[in-house]
Write a protein that binds this ligand. Structure first.
Ligand code: TXA
Ligand code: MG
Length: 389
């Protein structure tokens, strides 16, 4: 039994035969919640546990146990060539997992951890190849979430954890999102409420000089500059951000003709709901009228459209459009980018639950944290964006 009963059944093939667990959802709102002790016990026994972090929910296993780590790939349907992040609770857990940390890197880590940022190091022999997908480097993060760190500390092992979604789906930012994807596939979900940030960590490769941001996140390169002089975005990501000049009114395939991103996870179509997503870029009024125009074209064909727009537009569209055909959700007040970040994955999932055929999203300028938000949205849209002037 679980606490959420109004969900869709899992549609995919293969789900039925893997349906082996009764998934428990237990509350864990602070570091001393008793459920964390049970979860840590399960991790020590090689089982999977989903847990909250400040970015998104993770699907955790003992990162030093190959068999346990293999279960993560099976439960997610994750490609074997996509490596995992090891999560640690204290800096002293780092030493045995990596080959070398320079004094400059060490002092940066002391400032930036715990936090929504992951670093890539040369791995030590202790890290199983399954974690790194056979590679010589390992990704490591110390999360801010006290529940997450308490779990790691009690399990007394680094916890390997990708985002707790089925592969290709939007990352989960609530326990309900995790349950939607993982019901029956894992024994336990720790429910710590909605994630504060809502977008996955910044991934920084510090084996390169200067350091390279392989996946944009809450901490943009400009904020990392003083710790890692010359740090910059992986050039392969620039087109995925939507920051390149893309011609108006054209569906673009942003990954064409570019070297594949160095972070393996960035090359997959990702974060995608079932509905077709389109990003609209431009001034609020212009975007709103273009969305209305496109909405009527689709609703004539019997399609239902979900909207992710800023508060003002949400209010206006709710008055203008028929509620049975248009599901309108607010990304918060325009310019409050943290609120937008908290909502993007959650709303993509929610509009899927409403069986929307299409989702229209108002995009933002890809600067600062906006680079990460646009990176995720452009991937959810498969690059389909419309510039409105
Ligand atoms: O915020 C987060 O990072 C969340 C929470 C749970 O901590 N985790 C997360 O994990 O987003 P995942 O597996 O969904 O994404 C990890 C990303 C992938 O793009 C993966 O390819 C990349 O990090 N990655 C992992 N190890 C790597 C390595 N050794 N070299 C390059 N990229 C790596
Ligand atoms: Mg992920």
């Amino acid at each position: 039994m679980n606490r959420f009963s109004d969900r869709e059944p899992m549609g995919e093939k293969g789900a039925a035969e893997e349906h082996r667990f009764t998934t428990q959802v237990l509350p864990a709102v602070n570091a001393s919640a008793p459920a964390i002790t049970e979860a840590a016990e399960r991790i020590r026994h090689g089982e999977l546990v989903a847990f909250p972090t400040e970015t998104v929910y993770g699907l955790g296993a003992d990162g030093l146990n190959e068999e346990a780590v293999a279960k993560i790939f099976a439960a997610k349907g994750r490609p074997q060539d996509n490596p995992l992040i090891l999560h640690i609770a204290t800096l002293d857990m780092l030493d045995t997992l990596v080959k070398e940390v320079t004094p400059a890197q060490y002092s940066a880590l002391q400032r930036l951890w715990p936090g929504p940022i992951t670093f890539i190091f040369e791995k030590s022999d202790r890290v199983p190849e399954r974690v790194t997908a056979g590679g010589s480097t390992v990704a490591i993060r110390m999360p801010t979430s006290e529940v997450a760190r308490s779990l790691i500390a009690q399990a007394k092992t680094p916890i390997a954890a990708p985002s707790a979604n089925r592969s290709g789906r939007p990352s989960p930012t609530t326990a309900l999102d995790v349950l939607e994807d993982m019901d029956g596939r894992i024994p336990l979900i720790l429910n710590g409420g909605a994630c504060d940030i809502g977008v996955e960590s910044t991934v920084v490769d510090v084996t390169e000089e200067p350091a390279v941001v392989l996946r944009p996140g809450y901490y943009p390169p400009s904020m990392l500059e003083k710790f890692f002089p010359g740090v910059h975005l992986d050039p392969a990501l620039v087109l995925l951000n939507g920051s390149s000049p893309v011609s108006t009114e054209k569906s673009t395939s942003p990954e064409e003709g570019v070297a594949p991103p160095k972070s393996p996870g960035m090359k997959y179509r990702h974060y995608a709901p079932s509905a077709e997503v389109t990003i609209y870029i431009g001034e609020e009024k212009a975007v709103e009228s273009r969305m209305i125009h496109d909405f009527y074209a689709l609703s004539e064909k019997g399609k239902k459209v979900g909207f992710m727009v800023f508060a003002e537009a949400a209010k206006e569209l709710s008055l203008l459009l028929p509620p049975e055909k248009a599901v309108i959700r607010s990304l918060g007040i325009e310019g409050r980018i943290d609120t937008m970040g908290q909502r993007i994955f959650q709303l993509l999932r929610e509009l899927d639950r409403h069986h929307c055929d299409a989702i229209f999203v108002h995009g933002i300028e890809p600067v600062g944290y906006g680079v990460a938000i646009m990176n995720r949205l452009m991937k959810a849209a498969g690059g389909k964006s419309i510039y409105v002037s």
